[in-house]
Design a binder for this molecule. Sequence first.
Ligand SMILES: [Ca+2]
Length: 249
Amino acid sequence: MIPFGLAIAFVFSVGLYAKEYSISNLNPLSDVIDELKSLRQEVEENRKQILKQENELKTVKQELEEMKRHCQCGPNPDIEKSETGKNEVYSKTEKNINHIGGESRIKRIIPHTGQDGPVAFYAYMSTSMSNVGGHHTLLFDVIKTNAGNGFHSTSGVFMAPRSGFYVFTWTIRVYNTGQHSVELVVNGQGVGALYEHSGPGEDDMSSTTAVVYVNEGEDVFLRTKMDFNQGVIDTSVHGYSSFAGWKLN
Ligand SMILES: [Ca+2]
């Protein structure tokens, strides 16, 4: 028989051990919970960081697209002539990207209507004009250059696509006892004039130049004067009557 006192001591000891065991096992459990909480916070932080970086990446992509567009029609692109004669540009941005990527360069054709692109026109008459008359706007039907699409052959008017300083030059050929005075009209005002006179059997050409500030949308054209408009304004493959202009950057 186990003595009663010994039995009581045994039961007490077992109870004490159980209590200690449960406490010692609760501590690591709370540690795990704390650890989980900490991990969850970390995951949340990482998620926020990823979202932030995604937004930054989106902004960088947008800026890159803007840069590409700017380089495509900017004032200082690397222009190279292609085999077909079209102007082409190797965008500096593309160069950098392709340098990093180790890929070949991408050719881009310069749009002629770009906001930052060149503005230049050159046109000449295909047939001679007789009995031109005074205050007559001269037409130049063969357009050889029209970067910026400012020149209109049907009206003879160049409409400035953008404001700035422009150079205009015009050449008038007069044949056989004729004389013509042709003025440059900018926004309704005469800003320059050319006079050519040819004697009997003569065939002469005169050119002149004007540099003038033109506001966007203003008209520029050539017009005969009311006086000094006699005889033929001549043109041929041997000498064209022509009109040209370009914007200074
Ligand atoms: Ca002359």
